[in-house]
Design a protein around this ligand. Structure first.
Ligand SMILES: [Zn+2]
Length: 104
């Protein structure tokens, strides 16, 4: 495994507190995500126009206290988040999660 790959391999994913999800990466980096921001970053077909990539999700409909209810792994490359607002089609690849962190 190259060091580049390690940046996209989580060693631990946990709920840091009510508002934050934390991911530890194989390269030693720690990421923290505000959970509502993650919900808004969902790129599933219900939240984003498949062709234009534009967000179709109305952010006003997402409660301030939205939380992940369950995380499940999708193969070896992603997690699916089951949200407290009933939304459960969002898949977040590890690569995208790592990129979301460095973008903040
Ligand atoms: Zn979605």
């Amino acid at each position: 495994m190259s060091s580049d790959d390690a940046a996209f391999v989580p060693t631990r994913i946990r709920q840091a507190d009510a508002r934050h999800l934390a991911i530890s990466w194989a390269d030693g980096h720690e990421s923290r995500y505000e959970v509502r921001a993650l919900r808004l970053a969902c790129r599933c077909a219900q939240c984003v126009d498949e062709w234009s990539g534009a967000r179709t999700l109305d952010t006003a409909t997402v409660a301030d206290d939205v939380q992940p209810r369950n995380l499940s792994s999708v193969g070896r490359y992603a997690i699916r988040i089951d949200w407290s607002d009933g939304h459960d089609t969002g898949i977040y690849s590890f690569r995208r999660l790592r990129e979301l962190d460095t973008a903040v």
